[in-house]
Design a protein around this ligand. Structure first.
Ligand code: CP3
Length: 352
């Protein structure tokens, strides 16, 4: 399969949207805004729909995944939808046993720690993505001119979960494997890159207008190790998208040390966390790179005048970059008051 002429990016629906223009390096009249984790637990309508449905089952039920993706667009009037799914979905579809434990995150029944464990991993059959394609087709049919962003977990973040068996503080076991058995590490990261690449292809072919690669745990790596043991595999994910002209966003948490190296894998846009101001991120990237970010999620719970001043500061600092898409420095927390997100969207649109 390939992208057909009725794809939203090709048939005139999303190519001129503010967010796609900004991702391509332009400055539209209003600065676009969306939020990582905008679809999810901060919304009462999400909690209601999820009642009695396991997280990963919901991701694989097209009607549910589509409706949850649309909820924050209707409520907040954000400039993009992010597909409701999870970074572990391709691993599950490749036959790995995983569940998402509420309040904890992805947990794997059999962690992958040895060469023999890695040898048992199967390549993914693209046909397994049928529910994803169906959910996306349904979603873009409703979205009109609002683009859908597809996403995948980067090989390091995905591999960290697989090796650790679940969430971990600083990915120690994963990093130990990286040093002690580089061959097994490379094989594991290539497998992760290929399932993530196939996940992105499925989303783009079904109608996503941009993609974001999340390397959430990249902050636990030194630049040297990132460049040597991780970056080539992240690059491999994007190489799956050769021939698909969609903007590619790359985001990491604690990425200050590796920002430039992360951009070098072939990203068009860099998502920046809240630790470095956007003008500093621009400087580290040598100028010329479109930026996304970076409202501190901790401020979502602060008094409005404090948050408002922060959002204005983010907008001002973002003006040094060629293009800026407002987002958080990481995801929306479950306790966030959704009305605060709506107010941020109004402020950003009003400020231009
Ligand atoms: O709105 C969106 O951003 C779309 C959907 C989305 C989810 N997960 C839904 C989700 C996206 C883009 C992700 C990506 C994801 N998943 C990442 C990368 C981004 C990041 O936050 O760093 C990571 C590391 C995961 C793995 C994962 N899945 C974690 C750490 C958790 C949180 C566990 C918890 O309960 O605190 C999840 C679960 C998850 N993914 C939820 C949602 C809406 C909450 C599950 C629920 O509602 O029960």
């Amino acid at each position: 399969m390939t992208v057909t002429p009725d794809h939203p990016l090709l048939d005139g629906r999303t190519a001129n949207s503010s967010i796609i223009r900004a991702y391509r390096g332009d400055r539209p009249e209003t600065t676009p805004v969306w939020f990582m984790r905008q679809a999810g637990r901060s919304l009462p309508e999400y909690r209601k729909l999820r009642e009695g449905n396991e997280m990963l089952e919901a991701c694989l039920t097209p009607d549910l995944a589509s409706e949850i993706t649309l909820q924050p667009v209707r409520r907040h009037h954000v400039d993009a939808a992010i597909f409701f799914s999870d970074i572990v979905i391709p691993a599950k579809l490749a036959g790995v046993e995983v569940e998402i434990v509420p309040g904890r995150g992805p947990v794997f029944a059999n962690p992958i720690r040895t060469a023999a464990d890695v040898a048992k991993l199967h390549p993914i059959d693209p046909a397994a993505f049928a529910p994803i394609r169906e959910a996306i087709a349904q979603t873009v049919a409703q979205l009109g001119t609002t683009p859908l962003i597809g996403f995948a977990g980067a090989p390091f973040t995905l591999a960290s979960y697989l090796v650790e068996g679940g969430p971990s503080k600083d990915q120690q076991r994963a990093r130990t494997l990286m040093y002690s058995d580089p061959q097994t590490w490379a094989t594991l990261l290539n497998w992760c890159a290929d399932i993530a690449g196939e996940f992105l292809i499925a989303q783009v072919e079904a109608g996503a207008s941009a993609v974001q690669l999340f390397d959430s745990w990249v902050g636990s790596l030194s630049e040297q190790q990132y460049v040597r043991r991780v970056a080539p595999h992240s690059k491999r994910v994007f190489s799956h998208l050769r021939g698909y002209d969609v903007p590619k966003v790359h985001f990491g948490v604690g990425s200050g040390e590796v920002l430039r190296a992360m951009h070098d894998i072939g990203a068009d846009v860099m998502g920046v966390d809240w630790r470095i101001p956007l003008d500093e991120a621009d400087r580290r990237l040598g100028g010329g790179v479109a930026l996304q970010g970076n409202i501190d999620p901790a401020l979502l719970g602060a008094p409005w005048h404090v948050l408002e001043a922060h959002v204005r500061d983010v907008l001002n600092r973002g003006r040094v970059a060629p293009a800026h898409v407002v987002n958080l420095g990481h995801g929306v927390g479950p306790d966030t008051d959704p009305d605060v997100l709506t107010k941020i969207v109004e402020l950003v649109h009003q400020e231009g």
